[in-house]
Design a protein around this ligand. Structure first.
Ligand SMILES: [Ca+2]
Length: 291
């Protein structure tokens, strides 16, 4: 015989547990960001910049070249609400936006960056790639941005080259000028907050094909190249620039805005001289006593 009372009790518990599981994310929607935001940051990395944009970029030591960054409030910002940095090109203009950046006092062989970012829903985009931020060093230039797809709601984040002195045509598309996400295809959605993480390792030389670039979208690995030529003289610069400086054609018919909630830069592995490996250390000579 079935025990109806026991069955009713267990069914009641099951309904209760389902409700708890169902409602927990709604009751605490941002817990995954508040604890361990940068989940792909190498362990032990030394933080050199952590900016909440609760005030101007300069409050974090970031230069605002044109004094055009706006400080807005957005309670939906995932990492450090409500302060956010806004960069806008206004409807009908061929120029606008910001150039903000920071140069570190020394160069590093590796660099990690975490960025919490979104556009506004009205963002349409250029007929060329929409440049966003640069991670670079002396005599090198490369950027992350959205592949050209004006008007698309779903966009692809890739790595592009801006310097003629690095040839990556052996591994990247468009004669080495555009590196697609080659692992996964997590898209970014216009208007929605997105967590972008990047890890870079300098190549030994401009032709050694042993540099590394990886990037993650909302924690999911999107791109992983381990044979690039980039930043052989080290990494020491983070810059955000849409390069909206006079050449946006056709001009936008609505305001286009980028928002940055939080920027985090750290140096994995310290300043190890073995990253990438250099020549072997000179041998230690010892006196040998012959009996
Ligand atoms: Ca913030």
């Amino acid at each position: 015989m079935e025990d109806n009372s026991a069955s009713q009790t267990s069914r009641g518990w099951m309904v209760f547990m389902v409700l708890i599981i169902t409602w927990t994310p709604i009751l605490n929607p941002l817990s995954s960001y508040s604890a361990g935001v940068w989940t792909n940051e190498p362990a032990g990395a030394n933080v050199v910049l952590d900016c909440t944009f609760s005030s101007t970029p300069s409050a974090c030591g970031i230069l605002d070249v044109y004094s055009s960054a706006a400080v807005d409030q957005d309670s939906t910002a995932p990492a450090s609400a409500p302060g956010v940095m806004r960069s806008t090109i206004y409807s009908g203009n061929n120029a606008g936006g910001v150039q903000i950046g920071i140069g570190f006092p020394q160069t590093y062989r590796e660099m990690f960056m975490g960025l919490m970012w979104r556009t506004n829903p009205e963002f349409y985009g250029r007929i060329v790639h929409d440049k966003m931020f640069f991670l670079r060093g002396p005599q090198t230039n490369a950027y992350f941005g959205m592949r050209a797809c004006p008007g698309c709601t779903s966009r692809q984040l890739g790595w592009g080259f801006n310097a003629a002195n690095a040839d990556n045509s052996h591994t990247c598309a468009d004669s080495g000028l555009w590196c697609y996400p080659n692992v996964g295809s997590p898209a970014i959605t216009i208007g929605q907050w997105t967590k972008i993480e990047v890890y870079l390792k300098s190549s030994t030389t401009m032709t050694s094909r042993d540099g590394i670039v990886r990037w993650w979208i909302n924690g999911v690995l999107a791109g992983n190249y381990t044979n690039v030529n980039h930043a052989p003289y080290g990494l020491n610069d983070w810059t955000w620039s849409e390069t909206w400086d006079g050449y946006v054609n056709p001009a936008p018919s609505a305001n286009w805005s980028h928002y940055i909630d939080h920027l985090h830069v750290s140096i994995p592995g310290g300043t190890s001289t073995d990253s990438p490996p250099g020549p072997p250390a000179p041998p230690t000579l010892r006196n040998v006593t012959v009996p």
